[in-house]
Design a protein around this ligand. Structure first.
Ligand SMILES: Nc1ncnc2c1ncn2[C@@H]1O[C@H](COP(=O)(O)OP(=O)(O)OP(=O)(O)O)[C@@H](O)[C@H]1O
Ligand SMILES: [Mg+2]
Length: 228
């Protein structure tokens, strides 16, 4: 199977005055195309830091991050931004939608950044919102949507540029368990369509649905499940 992201002895150290916080302390693993995995751990264990480093939102303090075999240390910030825009779709716990834009406009935005025509943007955004079951809510702003609906908009937005990798940082954390399951089913479908799906969670019932689990504690891998 083709490796898309590889971490080699990654460390992330935050310097807080004279105190050093070792948020990641020597993490190594590979993620292949079309995997469904979760990163599991308690609050403060380093999950979001790990996600940010492996998705090129921040750079490691030590160690290497390779995207499709290329070392991100050799890429400048513009190149990294292009990789993120093309390769990775992000879904966050708090949705991070733009409040003054409608659902449809929120989904079209990443395509605007990629220079797609308006016609193309609107057509694809409608298709994606339909896919997540929101065709009847396209004109609603985030404040006029339920939590689960907002998260569906965020998922539709993450798919705007058709990235092969989708990552979610506690994407069901703010939802009731029934809505959380529905959102999880959307992620499962994305995996079945051939994408790589990476979910960060502290919820064991979400983690057990993924094929591969990486448990982290104090910035280190504590154990893995389903990894070959
Ligand atoms: N920008 C930062 N500056 C300094 N310390 C940070 C920073 N971001 C995170 N940390 C620290 O690094 C550690 C890991 O944080 P991280 O956000 O990765 O945890 P997490 O596992 O995602 O937790 P949660 O489940 O609460 O979201 C924590 O101890 C945190 O206080
Ligand atoms: Mg976090």
């Amino acid at each position: 199977m083709k490796t898309i992201i590889e971490l080699k002895n990654v460390k992330k150290i935050y310097q807080m005055g004279i105190v050093q916080v070792k948020a990641l302390d020597g993490i190594s693993f590979k993620i292949n195309r079309n995997e469904f995995m979760s990163v599991v751990g308690a609050s403060g264990s380093g999950k979001s830091t790990l996600l940010n480093v492996m998705c090129c939102l921040s750079r490691p303090s030590e160690g290497k991050v390779l995207i499709e075999g290329r070392d991100i240390a050799e890429m400048d910030d513009n190149e990294l931004a292009v990789i993120r825009g093309r390769e990775i779709g992000f879904v966050f716990q708090t949705f991070n939608l733009i409040q003054r834009l409608s659902a449809l406009e929120n989904v079209t935005l990443p395509m605007w950044f990629m220079g797609k025509s308006e016609e193309e943007r609107v057509e694809r955004a409608k298709k994606l919102l339909k896919m997540v079951g929101l065709e009847h809510r396209m004109k609603h702003r985030p404040s006029e949507l339920s939590g689960g609906e907002r998260q569906r908009v965020a998922i539709a937005r993450s798919l705007a540029n058709d990235p092969p990798i989708i990552v979610g940082d506690e994407p069901t954390g703010n939802l009731d368990s029934k809505t959380g399951k529905e959102i999880l089913n959307i992620f499962k479908d994305l995996y079945k369509q051939g994408r790589t799906v990476i979910l960060v969670t502290h919820d064991a019932s979400i983690a057990k649905e993924t094929k591969k689990r990486i448990y982290i504690k104090d910035g280190k891998i504590e154990k893995t499940e389903g990894c070959k």
